[in-house]
Design a binder for this molecule. Structure first.
Ligand SMILES: Nc1ncnc2c1ncn2[C@@H]1O[C@H](COP(=O)(O)OP(=O)(O)OP(=O)(O)O)[C@@H](O)[C@H]1O
Ligand SMILES: [Mg+2]
Length: 290
């Protein structure tokens, strides 16, 4: 979840506790203007990392990492613990500044010059491993919050939703398998359902690029399968970067033909279909085991 969304969530929670029936007219004017030019995807590349290096106290978490993700592509990233997968997402989202290298969104947006909220605004959303939904709000309210945040009008938190906004929420509820749970308090959802709700909240922000860090960790087999189905429906409409250790899930997502990238010691060790990288002896040695 973005820092912006967290702040907005706190405001909605406050409204919930203090005056559930009230609808203040003006709302608070705590919106912040964020300027970011529109990304140019004319060349078909959504994300381009070029020789990115990140060091922590002399230890190279990323070591000349180069990677390109196409518009509408779903790319799975695998690799051993400590390979730099999460650090890579930290760089893309502006949380960590690299020591060297370049990172572009489309051909024109230099991610290394933007702050975290500007990167979200440009169309990059990230899902952390642990679900971070507003437990005290209903599923619907969580999505409402994400949708309103997307429009950048924080004051609208206190306004009624328009019919198209309600429709969009219904669409997302359907997509993330939560339509029957719309009015349940999010805290009562299962772990998998909370993950889906958070994915729905990201989708409400209409991201171009979605970064998902171990999205099925802790899910049951059935939830994992339904998550794969959900991600497959997003291919083409969004670019997705999925970091996962669960090879069954990666197999479901790649369907025998999509590209998998293996990270090791902060750089790309191998790229290819899952079968190809699983047969790569270097990959077997450092990650998959014999
Ligand atoms: N803020 C930090 N300060 C110091 N070291 C860090 C920091 N963040 C990451 N590291 C180190 O950088 C390396 C890469 O970590 P990272 O979390 O990116 O790996 P990962 O591929 O996501 O691993 P996992 O599969 O376990 O999630 C690790 O050795 C980690 O200890
Ligand atoms: Mg990680």
């Amino acid at each position: 979840m973005t820092p912006d969304l967290q702040e907005a969530g706190a405001a909605l929670l406050e409204r919930h506790h203090q005056q559930p029936a009230a609808t203040p007219a003006g709302g608070a004017s705590f919106g912040r203007l964020v300027h970011a030019s529109t990304p140019d995807f004319a060349h078909g590349v959504a994300l381009y990392l070029d020789e990115i290096s990140v060091s922590f106290d002399g230890f190279k978490a990323l070591n000349n990492l180069s990677l390109a993700i196409d518009v509408g592509e779903m790319r799975c990233i695998i690799g051993p613990n400590g390979a730099g997968k999460t650090t890579m997402m930290d760089v893309i989202t502006g949380k960590t500044r690299p020591d060297s290298g370049a990172a572009h969104f489309g051909t024109n947006i230099d991610l290394l010059r933007l702050r975290e909220p500007q990167i979200v605004k440009a169309g990059i959303c990230r899902k952390f491993q642990k679900p971070t939904v507003y437990e005290e709000l209903s599923v619907f309210e969580n999505l409402e919050l994400a949708l309103v945040n997307d429009r950048g009008v924080r004051a609208a938190l206190f306004a009624r939703l328009s019919p198209p906004q309600r429709e969009r929420i219904a669409e997302i509820l359907q997509l993330v398998h939560l339509l029957p749970e719309a009015h349940r308090i999010a805290g009562l959802l299962s772990h998998g359902q909370k993950q889906w709700l958070e994915i729905g909240m990201l989708l409400a922000q209409e991201p171009t690029l979605l970064l998902l860090d171990e999205p099925v960790a802790g899910m049951t087999d059935e939830e994992t399968e339904r998550t794969a189905e959900l991600f497959l429906t997003l291919v083409g409409k969004h670019s997705l970067v999925v970091v996962e250790h669960d090879m069954k899930f990666v197999d479901m997502l790649t369907q025998g033909h999509r590209k998998v990238t293996v990270l090791h010691e902060g750089s790309v060790l191998a790229e290819g279909t899952l079968a190809e990288v699983q047969a790569n002896t270097q990959v077997i040695d450092v990650y998959l085991g014999r």
